[in-house]
Structure formats: structure tokens, C-alpha cells
Design a protein around this ligand. Structure first.
Ligand code: PHE
Length: 336
């Protein structure tokens, strides 16, 4: 009897197959109701007492290796089936990498440039109140300059609106901090404008603010010149007198783009100059509104639309492209 079990042990150890049918036969032979294992267990009763110990150990070993073999065959059976279906030597599918949106890329570049000369980034809410978006910026109610920025109001409460510029962040920052102040405020802004290739009702701005003792217009010009050199590689700028309620004097800044190609002629309308931002010295009335003493402190502010800068840098002709999320456009910025 013990010899018989040794034979079975050998048989089980040597059995191998990837054929489902054969494996099932093997299972039936050893492990089914009428299989060998049950048969031996039945015979256990008839084994003389002095042999019971050795006999018992042998059947248990047989039981374990049958189970282990069936497990192993089940796995190899699966692998066999898989291997039939799939070519494991085939290269995998490449993972598509995402890319940053061009607006974010250029915003980051601009913030890096200003960070390198001591500016920090400040944040504020997109849903603003009248005070921070208008009144504190020297735009009292009924001031005609409010029409410059077509505003989305929250219908039920005309005091609440979608910010029309990130100058609101500057007010919040000045309310809560003492000079010297050197901040940048990038963010989304909203204007009730018809959507076209040149304008959109949602766009992005980045504004800067510097308040300290003895800040002059020369400081402003020098800083902007540094900025245009870093960003565009162009250092020639000019400042044309302009008007903003919150700055006095105010200016529009043009950068000399040059007239070296047909595109240069087209985008500068033949002048070589491109307008890139508005700026000025912070109006003393604004400083008073945020409890900064205008006799002690002065400062400058500037603001630009990020879309416009991206369009210039990458020769893009239509602002709507930024909001369509067309992967063919976005993928071109993968490597940047
Ligand atoms: N807030 C102005 C705008 O949205 C831009 C600006 C900022 C102009 C700071 C001057 C100084 O058009």
C-alpha cells in the first residue's frame, strides 16, 4: 500500500500539461469524489494501527502535492491561453504626455522674470465687490471710465461682479500689507464683450505693483525695459501718454518689434511698434483709499493681457484658439 502511494507521488510530480482536457482528466483521477485521494482515505480504516502514523503522513503529502500541482497547472493553463492571444514581444503603446496650456507657460515665464527682481505673486477672488474692482481704484459710482470695462454684474446684487481686471488684487494686497510692496497678480478676468478673433469675454491678465519711498517713473520705465528684453529679446520701448483712473500719469507701452519680415509688417501695421501693456504711477487717491500715506510713499503699476503676449510670441492670429481646447493646438506646446 505504501509503495502504491509512492508511485502516485511520482506520477503527480511528473505530470505536466498545458492542455485543458488533460489537466481536467488529472484532476478527476486524483481529486474527484471517486478519485484516488478519496479511495486511499477510505482504505485508511483498514491500515493496521502500528502503520497508521507513516501511512497518514504519506497520504497528507500526496494530498498537498496534488493541490499544489493543480494550482500550478491552473496558472500555466492561463498563461498558455494568454500567450495564444497576445504577442508579448510587441512594444507597448506609448503614453500620451499632457502639456501645459500656452497661457500657463507664458504666465510662468513672465512671473519668473519679475520674481528675479524681487516681485512676489499675489492672489485674489474672481468674484469681486464694487469697492475692490472699481471704487478703491479711483472709479467712483457713475464715473464714465467704468464704461471702459464692460462688466458682468451678479443680477441680484449689483455690488458683486466678476472682476474686470486683476487690479482688484492690488487693492486687497495694499489693504493688508505695509510698503515696501512688490507684487504680481496673474489671473482670469471677465468682460462683457462680443467674442471675435481679437477679443474674448474671459481672458488672463498679469499686473504688477511696486510701492515704496521715492519710486519714480524712471524706475517704472527701467523695469519694463528689463522685462521686454528678457521676454522678447527686445529692449527698445516707448511710452505714449494714456489714461487710467488709478494711475497718474499713465502710459501705454510699445515695444519695438522691428520690420524684418512680412509678418513684422503685418502685425505692427507697418510701424515696427507693438502695444503690449498699460502702466502708470499709482494715483495718490488710490493710496489714500488703502491707508497708505501718499506723502511718504509712491509707486507704479502696470498690466497686460497674457493672451496678447502669447499671440505675439507664437505668431497666433485668433484669441479663440486658447479656449477651444483643440489638442492639435495644445500638443504643439508639448516640448516647451
Ligand atoms: N487694469 C488695467 C486694465 O485692465 C491695466 C493697468 C494696470 C493699467 C495697471 C495701468 C496700471 O486695462
Amino acid at each position: 500500500m505504501l509503495d502504491k502511494i509512492d508511485e502516485y507521488l511520482n506520477d503527480v510530480a511528473q505530470f505536466s500539461s498545458t492542455n485543458k482536457e488533460e489537466i481536467e482528466q488529472f484532476r478527476i483521477k486524483y481529486n474527484s469524489k471517486k478519485g484516488i485521494l478519496n479511495e486511499i482515505f477510505d482504505q485508511f480504516k483498514t491500515v493496521p494501527n502500528e502503520q497508521k502514523k507513516e501511512f497518514g503522513q504519506k497520504i497528507n503529502t500526496l494530498k498537498q502535492i496534488v493541490a499544489a500541482k493543480l494550482d500550478e497547472l491552473k496558472d500555466s493553463d492561463n498563461a498558455g491561453v494568454q500567450a495564444d492571444k497576445e504577442d508579448l514581444t510587441r512594444p507597448g503603446f506609448p503614453l500620451e504626455l499632457g502639456s501645459r496650456h500656452p497661457i500657463s507657460l507664458v504666465r510662468n515665464r513672465i512671473t519668473e522674470i519679475f520674481k528675479s527682481i524681487g516681485f512676489a505673486v499675489a492672489d485674489g477672488p474672481e468674484i469681486e465687490d464694487d469697492w475692490h474692482n472699481f471704487t478703491a481704484l479711483n472709479l467712483p459710482e457713475y464715473h464714465p471710465a467704468r464704461d471702459m470695462q464692460d462688466t458682468f454684474f451678479i443680477e441680484k446684487n449689483p455690488d458683486i461682479l466678476l472682476r474686470t481686471h486683476t487690479s482688484s488684487v492690488q487693492i486687497r494686497h495694499m489693504e493688508n500689507n505695509e510698503p515696501p510692496i512688490r507684487i504680481l497678480s496673474p489671473g482670469r478676468v471677465f468682460r462683457n464683450e462680443a467674442i471675435s478673433s481679437r477679443s474674448h469675454c474671459i481672458f488672463h491678465q498679469i499686473e504688477g505693483l511696486y510701492i515704496d519711498e521715492n519710486v519714480s517713473f524712471a524706475d517704472l520705465k527701467q523695469t519694463l525695459q528689463f522685462f521686454t528684453t528678457e521676454l522678447f529679446g527686445k529692449s527698445k520701448i516707448r511710452m505714449r501718454p494714456s489714461y487710467f483712473p488709478f494711475t497718474e500719469p499713465s502710459a501705454e507701452v510699445d515695444v519695438y518689434w522691428g520690420l524684418n519680415s512680412e509678418t513684422d509688417y503685418r502685425i505692427t501695421k507697418g510701424t515696427g511698434w507693438l502695444e503690449i501693456m498699460g502702466c502708470g504711477m499709482v494715483d495718490p487717491a488710490v493710496l489714500k483709499n488703502v491707508n497708505i500715506d501718499p506723502d511718504k510713499y509712491s509707486g507704479y503699476a502696470f498690466g497686460m493681457g497674457i493672451e496678447r503676449i502669447v499671440m505675439l510670441l507664437h505668431q497666433m492670429g485668433d484669441i479663440r484658439m486658447f479656449f477651444e481646447n483643440d489638442k492639435r493646438m495644445l500638443e504643439q506646446f508639448n516640448a516647451l
